[in-house]
Design a protein around this ligand. Sequence first.
Ligand code: P6P
Length: 336
Amino acid sequence: MSKKNQTLGEFIIENQADFAYSSGELSRLINSIRLAAKVVNHEVNKAGLVDIIGAYGETNIQGEDQQKMDVYANETFIKTLTNREIVCGIASEENDDFITIEGHKKDHKNKYVVLMDPLDGSSNIDVNVSVGTIFSIYRRVTPVGTPVTKEDFLQAGNKQVAAGYIIYGTSTMLVYTTGNGVNGFTLNPALGSWYLSHPQMQFPETGTIYSINEGNYIHFPQGVKDYIKYCQQEKPEGPYTSRYIGSMVSDIHRNMIKGGIFIYPKCSQNSSGKLRLLYECNPMAFITEQANGKASDGFERILDIKPTELHQRVPFFCGSTKMVEKAEEFMTAKDR
Ligand code: P6P
């Protein structure tokens, strides 16, 4: 039984048995992520002080300006994961293709692949708004010891063995699941240790917060427009509150604690929505379901979608179960 204020290290050892089929490698993998997160946190927290802010002058595959912190975070996580000889492949929002990690030992047995958005919401860095790292972990499907293939990355979200996020906010938290609930750890930067501050996190079954960029309203499907009108109507539980940070990790983290729904639907500019299935929606959906919430594309369960492309996008409805179900009702009525 997890105890509040337990350190992350103690928690991993105590729950080692939860890492099914793991001979300690998954624990070591989580440990390497927590190390990289501390390094990135240090830089994010001083971003305003050194000349690390501002566009890096290049663009990533998404056609977005790469902030220097994006590049720094990406390199930090890749280096840390590579050095630990646990991972055989990495896919990142910042890299056009996946990266093959050949173990230093010729006959390496590394069996995990990691997919990540190293710094989601990075455009918020310049204005001191919280940002996050999102990661998703799978067991490879091709034979151990052979080079990874795209097949190892294009797995449905229901095959994830672990997923989590780091939120670099008013405090820095690591929130993750290995399929036995969701636990949140807060970093004590003075000691460099993570403490179990939010054991067994759960979405309230319903809530009164809706998170969506209403600036795109005229481009939304009719079902989303109808749902937004529903949110604004008088209801027994009162009209809902609109809260949108523009950093998905922060919006979903708040909604998991307070109750709420986050929606990034398709719209005329983004016919499949903006968010990426593999390293944004799948990990956040795994965490959401493990916290008794719900995550869909407005119709189907996110975790059942069979990916076809590394950077494919999907519409994303995520949060308190009853709120997502109500939004899906409006979508089914008008946009099925
Ligand atoms: P918009 C950040 O760039 C991000 O990927 C998510 O973190 C966030 O929820 C979304 O995009 C914000 O997009 O179009 O509302 O600015």
